[in-house]
Design a protein around this ligand. Structure first.
Ligand code: FES
Ligand code: FES
Length: 172
């Protein structure tokens, strides 16, 4: 008698650094970084919006670069450094300047997209892509906001980047 049912893949070991802390977990071979962060490490700040690479809500940093964690295989992060919204604030307390700027500029309403927006916004400034409102909008184009807080998000980024100008983002 043949058994055609596929056996579940065995979990594999994953060792990586998350928010400055070494983590060792066993994960299914097909697990996404998003699911491992949320369900194994209980870092639920990173949001699952579409789960298909369309919305940016799941944006994290992997070795300093933005990644859509819903499209990233967790095992591909072996030995890498992952930063989530929970790891952005300085260790001594307080907020990251981008978090403070989002509050200052009212750059969110429901807040669901906000962790991903902030992770992309930090990368936008760090990669010197925040020279003007158009450049910011281009860099941030993969992060959708159903509450349409786009003008305020651009203003917050310009504030942190020191490139604020009158009416920034007002045409969005
Ligand atoms: Fe990853 Fe939407 S949840 S892009
Ligand atoms: Fe609600 Fe962006 S603040 S989706």
């Amino acid at each position: 008698m043949s058994h055609s049912a596929t056996l579940p893949d065995p979990d594999l070991a994953l060792t990586f650094v998350v928010n400055g802390k070494q983590e060792e977990v066993r994960v299914p071979v097909q697990a996404t970084l998003l699911d491992v962060l949320r369900e194994r490490l209980h870092l639920t700040g990173t949001k699952k919006g579409c789960d298909h690479g369309q919305c940016g809500a799941c944006t994290v940093h992997v070795n300093g670069q933005t990644h859509l964690s819903c499209l990233t295989l967790a095992l591909s992060c072996e030995g890498r450094e992952v930063t989530t919204i929970e790891g952005l604030a300085p260790a001594g307390g307080g907020l990251h300047p981008m978090q403070a700027a989002f509050i200052e500029h009212d750059a969110f309403q429901c807040g669901y997209c906000t962790p991903g927006q902030i992770m992309s916004a930090v990368a936008c400034v760090e990669q010197a892509r925040a020279g003007d409102a158009d450049a910011i909008r281009e860099f941030m184009s993969g992060n959708l906001c159903r509450c349409a807080a786009y003008p305020q998000i651009v203003a917050a980024i310009q504030d942190v980047a020191g490139t604020s100008d009158q009416g920034a983002g007002a045409d969005q």
